[in-house]
Design a protein around this ligand. Sequence first.
Ligand code: HEC
Length: 395
Amino acid sequence: MKRLCLLLLAVTLPLASLCAQSDEALPILVQVLGATDDPQAQLDILKGLADGLKGRRGVKAPAGWDAVAMKLGTGSNTQVKELVQQLSLVFGSASALADMRKQMLDAKAPTAQRLAALEALVAAKDANLAESLRQLLTDPALRGAALRGLATYDDAKTPAAILALLPSLTPAERRDALGTLAARLAFARPLVAALAAGQLAAKDLPADLVRQIRNYEQPDLNAALDQHWGTARASSADIQKQTERYKALLTAANAPKPDLAKGRAVFAKTCGQCHTLYGVGGKVGPDITGSNRADLDYLLHNILDPNAEIPNDYRTWNLDTKDDRSISGVMARQDATTVTIVTPNESLTIARSDIAKLRQSELSMMPEGLLQALPEEEVRNLIAYLRGKEQVKLP
Ligand code: HEC
């Protein structure tokens, strides 16, 4: 492996990430890093190291790292400095931890730098971070990342802090907030209680999160979801009936003229976290720009019956961490040390040593019942937007 890495590095530096996955090759990368003064080469090697070590914590610092970190950490290139700090954190450096906390909380520092610090601290599972993250919920620049980061910590104060904030959040922030509340059984209970109490409208709780909560297999939660949100899975006879109903609705001769701009807004809220259309949206499901969208039968079939045929890449993976976090998404990458899962909110790289359970489900990551949650007018607008040929302005 060592020889191979030296060879690879001689050919192309970006291959550093491959080498960084083998702990015995790390000192070689560090040696090459220390020997070069070429800023681009430094950046390539650092990026490779960061990529290869993504999701890992407490890795023993390779020989020579401290000296290299000292040299590069005092240079003038901010990107190099950030990567050096991030790696020092992976190698368990206490001073890097302290520096990053300071940066994250410094309201005068550039937002990108604060976000990078926050994300690195969450990835390193900095033990006392939950309280700081809750404080950052008042800061619009860091709120989304803080909401996502809170899922990492099993902290009893988190659900109440997030629920209190719900009414004031933007749609994207609300998704992050709800995603974090669904991520732990201990958080999902107060979330479902808020739904039952009417503090959260059923239409604001996305179907994929409902399914994630159902995965906890708690009879009381499932009963509350049945009552306040809707039932679990449709039979094929139900789907047949729904298809006929929507087809009649959407082809009715006297139907009002649909509003494509409003349809785009429905898409942004109900589909866009997973699908890209005209270059905007998420990457959990396929990009549907080039699909057979103009065809109503194609659309209804795929929306009403997502489990009819599922390409293997899009089956749901359910991952439980050893500290009781649950993650549902599609598998983006697996190797010997880490697993990367893409959820509608983020891409998460988890060290295999942190995983308690990992299983692939029979179901598509695309939930059923998406149209039933919408008023008829919104269904008409959404479908007209989907069947259109070009992007329209949001209302
Ligand atoms: C939680 C993620 C998620 C949401 C939300 C979601 N989808 Fe999907 N969708 C997927 C995945 C994953 C697939 C691929 C697997 C499958 O076909 O079931 C898919 C497949 C599709 C397809 C078929 C694509 C193809 O390649 O033929 C269409 C069309 C589609 N979705 C439309 C929609 C629309 C419209 C909405 C909103 C009403 C929506 N989806 C909401 C994840 C999602």
